[in-house]
Design a protein around this ligand. Sequence first.
Ligand code: SAM
Length: 256
Amino acid sequence: VSQIEPGSKLLIITEKRKRYLVTAEPAKRFHCSEGFVEMDQLLGKEYGCVARSNTGSLWTVHRPSLADILMHFPRLTQIVYPKDLGQILVHSGLGPGGRVLEAGTGSAVLTCFLAHFVRPSGKVYSYDIRSDYIENADKRLIDLGLREYVELKLGDVTQNIDETMLDAVILDLPEPWRAVANAWQALLPSGRFLSLSPTVEQVVETVEALSNGFSDIGCVELLQRNIRARRGMTRPEFIMRGHTAYLVTARKSEKS
Ligand SMILES: C[S@@+](CC[C@H](N)C(=O)[O-])C[C@H]1O[C@@H](n2cnc3c(N)ncnc32)[C@H](O)[C@@H]1O
């Protein structure tokens, strides 16, 4: 559907480039610090249309991408950002039909992202030690129509992983090295191991734990520098996100 209807999710980008995720509702107004637009003005129009606010400024109305929706999830924990999500997908080798364990569920950003890519025949097994995060993930997944591709599990992956023959294990937790032995058991031969950590100390612990039973071990940090592109004034933006996480990658191999 390319037309905006009642209930459509919209990404509104204002003249000052602020981004809002809203749901189209008849007879309602969308308000922000730059003014408001009448939702009735948008219904029946095509995505990509331009709306005039009450102050006369022009806002564009887009169909939100999965990444737009994930970036508007409630932040119950640190989350994984789009620049890292893309790299995780490439290194995991996952696609439709993939079976992947992910821990911890946290705010469910990575959970929903992975579910989108392994569907329709794959599965995400997502573990967290906190039941409130599992409950939140349940809601987020239902909302996105992704619930059937995910098994949410209350559990500690350093203690136990139920699954076997997995294509990938992806960890985003404080002590990933303590789950390396269980990850090895859970993976298919040559299965992919990935771990996100904010500090170098965590990376070193993880890489050492991977030294028996994993090969092709690598670590990458992605820095994204946004460029303000305008003729005669094109230059990097002054402000950038300096750090998110290091990504450790490895493949399961024979133990020595
Ligand atoms: C940084 S958050 C994960 C964020 C998540 N990747 C996202 O994109 O929203 C880390 C999560 O790991 C969970 N956790 C910590 N230790 C764990 C363990 N041993 N097993 C399972 N989950 C764990 C925490 O409760 C927390 O929710």
